[in-house]
Design a protein around this ligand. Structure first.
Ligand code: SF4
Length: 287
């Protein structure tokens, strides 16, 4: 493997370019969420994040399972080079088609300094056996960013691990990441699925698939089109923005003006460029 990945890891991310909402890069997680409901991504930038008990529970479980030793970048580079097997989480970034994209995968497993697995853990209150497009897009984009950074991704696979929140309890959850890693490296995940009720979705890294996902998503960030709302009433029903979203398919009996006042103010900021782009020139089409 060449040295390019070392340079990429220490390169600053800021590009000076401005996408919608004055973002200097597009978050891989936002691209993923566009595949759930693009209007929701827009609502989150305009109105800010709306906390919920379920979201907070999910985040804290996620952090507990993925807890890792914090090291300096120099140490991380050295460990990637020298450790026979290493699991790490770090920022990945690169240019995909016409946009600069960045994100932080939950874990990347290196064997002899070559990435073998990108792992995304998703805790859910619903059915862990169901695969969602947005989650697949997220892990695919992380894979492509690793490739763009110069890592040898020819033997890399992607693992989307879905786990029911109620099954994540228990004193041993801190050990789960190393169990998952060992199982993936052995090619044996059935035991963990049977014992802990999790579900593994495994895919070979595919740069073309990741690029195709970004090709549609970038149109929104480049101001070429407006946000596309979901066509699923079920998604609108559980959406924290449904009382204020102009595309909501659920009618609320609550006074919408009161709802608006209760919402947090925009914490992201919108520049003159973004507001003109936000209005969009094309009518949104439901996905
Ligand atoms: S209410 Fe429906 S269309 Fe609007 S952001 Fe939420 S999920 Fe999307």
């Amino acid at each position: 493997m060449g040295e390019e990945w070392k340079r990429s890891m220490s390169e600053p991310l800021a590009t000076g370019k401005a996408y919608r909402f004055d973002q200097s890069f597009v978050a891989a997680s936002s691209i993923a969420q566009q595949y759930y409901c693009e209007a929701k991504v827009e609502q989150s930038y305009v109105h800010g994040d709306i906390p919920s008990e379920a979201k907070e529970a999910g985040t804290s479980l996620h952090e507990e399972v993925l807890a890792m030793e914090k090291v300096e970048l120099k140490d991380l580079v050295e460990r990637i080079e020298k450790a026979p097997l290493l699991t790490a989480s770090f920022g990945v970034h690169g240019r995909i088609l016409d946009v600069d994209v960045a994100g932080m995968p939950d874990a990347v497993v290196f064997e002899k300094s070559v990435p073998r697995w990108v792992i995304e853990l998703k805790t859910t209150k619903g059915d862990p056996t169901r695969l969602w497009d947005d989650q697949l897009v997220q892990v695919r984009v992380y894979g492509l960013l690793l490739e763009k950074m110069g890592f040898d991704c020819s033997k890399m696979w992607l693992a989307l691990v879905r786990w029911r929140q109620e099954d994540v309890r228990g004193p041993r959850k801190e050990e789960m990441l190393s169990r998952i890693t060992r199982s993936l490296m052995r090619g044996e995940t059935k035991e963990l699925e049977a014992r802990f009720g999790m579900r593994f979705f495994l895919f070979r890294h595919d740069a073309g698939e990741a690029e195709r996902a970004v090709a549609w998503a970038q149109g929104y960030w480049l101001g070429r089109r407006g946000a596309v709302p979901s066509s699923s009433p079920g998604k609108c029903k559980i959406c924290e923005y449904s009382a204020i979203c102009p595309y909501s398919l659920v009618k609320f009996s609550l006074d919408s003006a009161a709802e608006r006042r209760a919402l947090p103010r925009n914490t992201w900021g919108t520049g003159p460029d973004s507001s003109s782009r936000t209005s969009g020139s094309s009518s949104p089409v439901r996905k």
